[in-house]
Design a protein around this ligand. Structure first.
Ligand code: T1G
Length: 690
């Protein structure tokens, strides 16, 4: 078992190497190893200089985030940094890979820094609701000045080695093959120690620094971590180094204890766990060079654009010349917009083949059907795909609601068929749900997963249950919102409450935006519609009030599609329905709306876990955050469920059910967790699955 840290003697140089794959995170074992090796080097009279380096793909990429949910273990990273900086022997850091967070703080505590030319250096703590807590807020400004330090810490974005060199964050850039040689040479030639804490030259223009800090402070709505970063950087300017470290330590402690940091740290790991599909251990993805897209409407053209931009050849099949012309216009518009925003490569359209003949899909390695949500239309397409696609080609449908089984049967190739559900706009939204029917083979799933990763998407696995994960959650969310309308809320109140909760749009403005007719068509096709469902959306659609596209829906819209006030006709319809279906009125407040909708999402998520549709609670959170813009700093509904506790969630549902038993039914899994005082995070681990 390789030690997480080792010391090698090379003459008078002590080479201390971190070995903690995959990213050399500064875990307790690594910190303890570093402490021991540093002590040994400092005590050894034959050692005159120290070189810090790391094996594998990167110098430490930060503290071990997974340790933040447990009591801290000695030595603290900040103490290690101080030990390095106060050493009487020169310490040089040899940097490569992604030197982030605590890894960069360790490097800044060294006396000199050499970075391999492709190295990225950054302080992304703010993305975790934290701030650099090992001296970074005090050392960074001393090396690169207030402005650059604040830019780095408030954005969390890394900078390149060549820029770090120009800014004074490092001392030298070197090719990878000579990194350690160059760093050792620097260590050999440096006789004195240059302590970052003593650097003050960057603060010469105090007034300009204070003006910059004031300007940053004036930006409204900054989260706690950002505000604390500004305070700590100001301290670097105004108070002695040790006092600044104390302030940083207090600020870090406060941020670490915040709900926002807990949510963001949960999201970090949930995203990584969600992409671990069981099929990846059973089969390797097959090579995908050409992607077929059948139907290039809003979704299809977005998917085609995403694939083109990722370097795939794309064959788009549309119906008739008009279909081809329309598809070209939509894809062209996306391309131009992406190019203008610098989000797309110049040659993205080079490999686009637009045609009307399905036989052109004979060379495709994976085909995504994006036709209208009509079961017969899709069955016909899959019948044709089964005939024209070459053996082994993955046949995916972008549908999330329709049953995949008839499509798979129509194709005659059930093992190759699955759902690849993108979220609009497909070239921008990061989530892809992969709906896996029982008959799908592991290689098809692994291949679809591989495509999603190459597209830079976050794939989440679902069974092929209609609605997959996201739209089943959305259905529950909307049903409870509708229930609130029947009990006295106005759509605008619900929308305002959910915007202040952190959703990008409320449920009613979102439905107006996408068009009420989409869900209407689905409801009309349903065999057994929900008797408790609000009738208002159907009434609006029957009056051809489909939302933004028709100028009115829940709201009225001007000729440019700008949303105006509540649609008075809708209010009259709603009042009429309330009279027909008298339900106990609620004292509507934003908090009540947010609470009812959060509890509804949690209850629906428990149902998905119980049904096995979603493998993990965190997967549901990833779908909500990446598919619907659920506020990332809240972690997701299932993370919040554990903060509330399932017991409390079940208590609330039972309370709501007293006044509205037709709507509120606690999911059995939720009741079980509540009864056993367990949390969703223990689900699966504790054998809770049925
Ligand atoms: N701690 C623990 N595990 C980590 C980790 C970390 N810092 N970074 C990555 N991992 C795991 C990750 O969960 C995954 O595990 C595997 O490594 C590969 O990650 C005191 C407070 C470095 C750019 O925020 O940005 O230092 O799924 O899939 O796409 O001031 O990981 O294989 O089991 O993301 O190549 C600051 C976070 C911490 C960097 C590599 N540092 N990491 O990306 O691989 S806070 C960060 C990343 C801190 C100090 C403060 C990326 C990456 P598994 P991956 P990747």
């Amino acid at each position: 078992m390789t030690q997480p840290v080792r010391l090698e003697r090379h003459g008078a140089l002590a080479l201390i190497v971190v070995h903690n794959p995959p990213v050399n995170a500064l875990s307790a074992a690594v910190r303890q190893g570093l402490e021991a090796c540093l002590h040994e080097a400092m005590e050894d009279a034959d050692i005159s200089a120290v070189l810090l380096a790391a094996d594998g793909r990167t110098f430490p990429a930060g503290a071990d985030i997974s340790e933040f949910n447990s009591p801290p273990q000695a030595p603290a990273l900040g103490d290690l940094c101080n030990m390095i900086e106060t050493s009487e022997k020169p310490v040089v850091a040899a940097l490569h890979g992604t030197v982030l967070g605590g890894g960069l703080e360790l490097a800044m505590a060294a006396h000199y820094r050499v970075a391999e030319e492709t190295t990225l250096l950054g302080l992304p703590e703010v993305k975790l609701g934290l701030l650099p807590g090992a001296g970074g807020t005090q050392r960074t400004p001393r090396l690169v000045g207030i402005k650059v330090a604040l830019d780095m810490m408030l954005s969390g974005l890394p900078i390149k080695a060549v820029d770090a060199d120009r800014l004074g964050l490092i001392d030298k850039v070197s090719p990878l093959k000579t990194l350690r040689v160059d760093a050792a040479a620097l260590a050999a030639e440096m006789r004195d120690v240059r302590r970052t804490r003593d650097a003050r030259s960057q603060f010469e223009d105090g007034a300009a620094c204070m003006a910059d800090i004031a300007a940053r402070r004036s930006v409204p709505g900054r989260p706690l971590a950002s505000r604390k970063i500004i305070d700590c950087v100001e301290a670097a300017l105004l108070v002695p180094f040790e006092i600044g470290l104390d302030m940083e330590r207090d600020a870090f402690t406060e941020c670490l204890a915040s709900d926002a940091s807990a949510g963001l740290r949960h999201a970090f790991f949930a995203e990584r766990h969600a992409t671990k599909f069981p099929e990846l251990a059973q089969a390797k993805p097959q090579q995908v060079d050409t992607v077929g897209v059948v139907g290039a409407g809003l979704m299809g053209s977005g998917i085609a654009m995403a694939c083109l931009d990722a370097g795939f050849a794309v064959t788009v099949v549309e119906q008739g010349e008009a279909g081809v012309t329309g598809a070209l216009a939509r894809i062209g518009a996306l391309y131009e917009k992406g190019l203008a925003k610098g989000q797309m490569g110049e040659g993205a359209l080079t490999d686009l083949n637009l045609t009307t003949g399905m036989e052109a899909l004979g060379t495709a390695d994976l085909i995504i059907e994006c036709a209208s949500e009509d079961a017969q239309v899709k069955r016909d397409i899959f019948t044709r795909l089964g005939l024209v696609a070459k053996p082994g080609t993955v046949l995916a449908s972008n549908t999330s609601y329709l049953d995949l089984e008839p499509l798979a049967r129509a194709s005659g190739r059930m093992p190759d068929v699955l759902a690849l559900h993108f979220f609009a706009p497909a070239h921008r939204m990061s989530l892809v749900e992969i709906g896996v029917p029982d008959a799908a083979n592991a290689q098809a799933v692994a291949t679809a997963h591989g495509l999603a990763k190459v597209l830079g998407k976050t794939p989440v696995r679902s069974t092929a249950a209609p609605g997959l994960i996201g739209n089943q959650m959305l259905t529950a969310y909307r049903a409870t919102a509708d229930r609130l309308l029947l009990r006295g809320a106005q759509p605008a109140q619900v929308d305002a409450a959910m915007r202040s909760f952190g959703m990008p749009m409320g449920p009613y403005e979102a439905q107006d935006y996408s068009g009420l007719d989409i869900a209407w068509a689905r409801r009309k096709a349903m065999k057994n519609p929900d008797p408790e469902a609000l009738l208002l959306p159907d009434i609006l659609c029957e009056a051809e009030q489909f939302g933004r596209k028709s100028g009115k829906g829940y709201y009225v819209y001007n000729s440019e599609g700008k949303r105006g006030a509540a649609n008075p006709e809708m209010l009259t319809m709603l009042a009429g329905e309330r009279r027909m279906r008298p339900l106990a009125r609620l004292a509507i407040t934003p908090e009540l709306i947010q609470d009812h909708l959060l509890v509804a999402l949690i209850n629906a998520g428990a149902g998905l876990l119980e049904a096995g549709t979603a493998a993990r609670p965190g997967d549901i959170d990833v779908v909500m955050v990446h598919g619907f813009g659920y506020p990332r700093h809240k972690g997701g509904p299932m993370h919040q469920a554990d903060a509330l506790t399932p017991f409390e969630v079940a208590r609330r549902i039972n309370l709501y059910a007293q006044a509205d038993p037709a709507h509120w039914h606690p999911a059995p899994l939720l009741s079980r967790l509540a009864a056993e005082r367990m949390r969703f995070s223990q689900y699966g681990a504790a054998g809770m699955q049925k």
